[in-house]
Design a binder for this molecule. Structure first.
Ligand SMILES: [Zn+2]
Length: 196
């Protein structure tokens, strides 16, 4: 059975949106408000937009207390933002792991540069924050020329760890079934980190 689109309202700005476009929160047994990013935890849920503004406004205006009918502890906006970023992190690294297992994947500077020069079907390029300036600008130029989405994320060591290898400066993912989901999470992540 196809899941129908269900709208929920952001407790801060009161806009109704498809719940997939919102963050869900639940109250843990100890009263703490938890980010339920995958929207699978049981119990009453509250929602906000995936935005620092709405999270901060929800905390400032006591929207969580109202929505959970006073059954939650006091809430800290910075803590919710950290929980949300951690959930996005987990989602991104798991999507990278899935694309790697499905073979929709490329890593290493030479392989990625060669592939970009051949103008093949790469869809997402992820460069480490600490990629060398020379290689970074070389890839940046090719990415712009081919109009491919690229982002600087994590460091070489972390990317290497994701792949069970030593350091890796760049990974790339060709167009395919996982790209839409990955792009969605990367947009959310970069926007949140920028606003944070
Ligand atoms: Zn909102």
């Amino acid at each position: 059975m196809a899941e129908s689109k269900t709208e929920r309202t952001c407790v801060a700005c009161r806009q109704a949106k498809d719940k997939q476009q919102l963050v869900r929160y639940v109250v843990a047994p100890d009263g703490a408000v938890l980010v339920d990013y995958r929207q699978r935890l049981p119990g009453r849920g509250s929602y906000t937009c995936i935005s620092v503004d709405c999270i901060q406004a929800a905390v400032k205006k006591n929207c969580f207390q109202r929505s959970f009918k006073g059954k939650c502890k006091s809430v800290d906006a910075a803590d919710l933002q950290q929980q949300l970023i951690a959930a996005l992190d987990q989602r991104i690294t798991s999507l990278i792991g899935m694309s790697r297992k499905s073979g929709q994947f490329m890593s290493g500077t030479n392989a990625v540069i060669e592939s970009l020069r051949k103008k093949n079907s790469l869809a997402v390029v992820i460069m480490a924050d600490d990629i060398s300036a020379a290689i970074g600008s070389k890839i940046e130029a090719l990415v712009q020329k081919n109009k491919i989405y690229s982002v600087r994320l994590y460091n070489k060591q972390f990317i290497g760890q994701l792949l069970g290898k030593d350091e890796r400066s760049v990974i790339a993912i060709p167009a395919g079934s996982l790209v839409e989901a990955l792009l969605n999470e990367l947009h959310r992540y970069t926007q949140l980190v920028r606003e944070n």
